[in-house]
Design a protein around this ligand. Structure first.
Ligand SMILES: C[S@@+](CC[C@H](N)C(=O)[O-])C[C@H]1O[C@@H](n2cnc3c(N)ncnc32)[C@H](O)[C@@H]1O
Length: 241
């Protein structure tokens, strides 16, 4: 993809302190990131919670939803209080291939859901899978999507939208046409808490800042956004929804 002349800064929490770790697609990488406290020190847990607050209204599930919702790549489980509050009757399942992530999920949120150490093959048949801010870290993203679609009715993918200067851990960027080989039902580009600039950061950093940058002949800085894809899963609607 050709980078456009946007001058984005790095998103919060993306400067990692472990450059010696090479394979960011490995469970070992994530185990060490969680066990070292780097994820926590960079605000990972609160970022996950803010992501979930922005995403839940977009799922279009009712408060009475009593099916199964799987959070794939759930990290330290910090979306679960938000899911539980939104869907008191749902079965909530968190899956992550990092054993350290799952240990922390169980320690913090054991009453809120089930937590399973595993990859896409461990996802139980379910109504909904959410994959929040995971796929941009993966070299095999479409293989994972294929696997997830076999196991659910609806798949929600949320990733950074047209990220220009890739955050250190990210290996790919997505635009509106991404996943067009799959049966995408809905796409939504949105400002997300935990990623996008809001309030003064938006007014001064982006809007007024761009007036000044424009006057100085500098390229504009674009507000960071995310995109959600809803993709039709292969499970027929026999499951409770
Ligand atoms: C950047 S964190 C995202 C955490 C959370 N979903 C959020 O929205 O903040 C990525 C998570 O995906 C997990 N992960 C990455 N690849 C995975 C795979 N193939 N199977 C299961 N989990 C994976 C990592 O262990 C990590 O916890």
């Amino acid at each position: 993809m050709n980078p456009k002349p946007y001058a984005n800064t790095r998103p919060l929490g993306c400067e990692i302190a472990m450059p010696e770790l090479e394979n960011i697609n490995s469970a070992r990488y994530w185990d060490r990131r969680f066990a070292s406290g780097d994820w926590q020190a960079k605000g990972g847990p609160s970022q996950t919670a803010r992501f979930a607050k922005s995403q839940v209204p977009k799922l279009q599930l009712s408060k009475t939803f009593d099916g199964t919702l799987v959070d794939f790549g759930c990290g330290t489980g910090d979306a679960f209080p938000i899911y539980r509050n939104a869907y008191p009757n749902a079965r909530l399942v968190g899956i992550d291939f990092s054993s350290e992530a799952i240990r922390l999920c169980r320690a913090k949120y054991h009453g809120l859901g089930e937590f399973i150490r595993g990859d896409s093959a461990s996802v139980p048949d379910c109504n909904v899978v959410i994959v929040s801010n995971v796929l941009e870290h993966l070299t095999n993203d479409t293989i994972v999507v294929d696997e997830l679609l076999k196991r659910c009715q609806r798949l929600f993918i949320v990733v950074p939208y047209e990220e220009r200067e890739l955050c250190e851990e990210h290996v790919r960027t997505y635009d509106y046409r991404a996943f067009s080989d799959f049966p995408v039902k809905r796409r939504e580009i949105f400002a997300s808490k935990g990623w996008s600039e809001f309030g003064l950061a938006n007014v001064f950093g982006i809007q007024l800042g761009n007036l000044i940058r424009g006057a100085a002949g500098l390229p504009p800085r674009r507000r960071r956004l995310q995109i959600m894809f809803e993709i039709r899963g292969m499970l027929s609607p026999g499951l409770p929804a």
